[in-house]
Design a binder for this molecule. Structure first.
Ligand SMILES: Cc1ncc(COP(=O)(O)O)c(C=O)c1O
Length: 387
């Protein structure tokens, strides 16, 4: 028998529950997908054009491992303007390949075998596997619909131990759309400082909040030594294909992350970095326009779902609704398969984002209003057909 070369800790990782669904959807025609986690908008042209200009000017070489000085300076200007956050562009800012790479680097830079990292569920599918791949121990804080899926310090206090190295969180949250309040942020800050752990804050949806101003843990100066801010261009600026993100934090940690990045990646794509400068400096209007359209779609979809009898809390941010389908009597995966099969609408089962997502279905409103309207009609027909 051929030798099995696979590392056991990697072989043991589950496949993403989202991918499994998309593989089915890819084989079907006429499906309206509320499954995707990326903006339907094309990148604003002036941002793409900056990449074209960079190419025309011969920008086809590696950049500094940390990222171009121009982009790091632009990121720091943006964080100051938007969140009154201060990071040095020289040694506290690292440009990465999407926020995905920033998350991976941060976890690998801090984790020794057996270190515990707390994260919350339901959450973005990469968190627990990334911690495991770094030989860390993912410790899950469940969040619940009754709290609006907000992460509470009460639940964190129950699972923190002397082995806890960090808390990895995301807000506004994929898949629930939950966002921390200012009060929650103050309490989490106190918790992090009390236990002297590191906060890894994935704020990739920070620009997409609808009824309040965007917030960031980078606005809390007392977290200076205990925070790595993780953010990127994919969601707010509709730049998923550019694969561009960044991490900001204490210089020694950014230096360690840079070491891993330097050996594994070298530098983020040069053309994308040029586009990133334009996004940071001149993209506020585009972000505001896309935000307004997402809000319109969110309001429509949430009221349509509630009218159909699927209890759905109004998400505060990101571009997902997390609908409670438990009263249909179907399991979430079964619900999604049947809906896809009989009415050509694709959603993602809540349990793909953690056990406490069971009984919920994630629907993305990063698709056109016409498609959302049609999907809502099909969903309503589907519900009638199963009752
Ligand atoms: C919470 C969260 N973090 C990170 C990412 C990855 O984003 P990027 O495209 O910047 O790698 C996603 C993408 O869906 C996400 O939802």
């Amino acid at each position: 028998m051929a030798r099995d070369f696979t590392a056991k800790h990697v072989a043991a990782l589950p496949k993403s529950g989202i991918r499994k669904f998309f593989d089915i959807v890819a084989q079907r025609k006429d499906v309206i997908s509320l499954g995707v986690g990326e903006p339907d908008f094309d990148t604003p042209w002036h941002i793409s054009r900056a990449a074209v200009t960079c190419l025309e000017d011969g920008g086809t070489h590696y950049t500094s491992n940390l990222g171009t000085p121009e982009l790091r300076q632009a990121i720091c200007r943006y964080l100051k303007r938007r969140f009154n956050a201060s990071f040095a562009w020289e040694n506290e800012t690292l440009v990465t390949v999407g926020v995905s790479e920033a998350i991976d680097l941060a976890i690998r830079a801090i984790t020794e075998p057996g270190d515990e990292i707390i994260y919350h569920e339901p959450c973005f599918v990469s968190y627990a596997p990334t911690i495991r791949m770094a030989h860390g121990v993912p410790v899950c804080a469940e969040t619940f619909a009754r709290d609006g899926f907000r992460l509470t310090v009460k639940s964190l206090e129950k699972i923190v131990t002397p082995k806890t190295k960090a808390l990895l969180l995301n807000f506004p949250c994929n898949p629930t759309g939950a966002a921390l309040t200012l009060q929650d942020m103050k309490e989490i800050t106190k918790f992090v400082l009390k236990h002297d752990i590191l906060l890894l804050s994935d704020e990739v949806y920070s620009e997409l909040v609808y009824d309040r101003k965007p917030a960031s843990f980078a606005s809390f100066p007392e977290l200076k030594d205990n925070l790595i801010l993780l953010n990127g261009f994919s969601k707010g600026w509709a730049m998923t294909g550019f694969r561009l993100g960044f991490a900001c934090g204490p210089a020694p940690l950014i230096g360690t992350m840079m070491k891993i990045h330097q050996y594994g990646i070298m530098s983020a794509p040069t053309l994308s970095q040029a586009a990133g400068v334009e996004a940071m400096d001149n993209g506020d209007g585009d972000v505001a326009r896309m935000r307004a359209e997402y809000k319109r779609r969110r309001d429509f979809l949430v009221s349509a779902l509630n009218r159909m009898g699927l209890k759905t809390i109004l998400p505060k941010g990101a571009f997902y609704v997390f609908a409670d389908i438990s009263k249909t009597g179907l399991q979430d995966e079964e619900f999604c398969l049947k809906l896809l099969d009989s009415h050509d609408v694709a959603c993602v089962p809540g349990s793909a984002f953690g056990a406490c997502g069971k009984g919920f279905v994630r629907m993305s409103y990063a698709t056109s209003m016409d498609k959302i309207r049609l999907a809502a009609k099909r969903l309503s027909d589907f519900l009638k057909s199963i009752t």
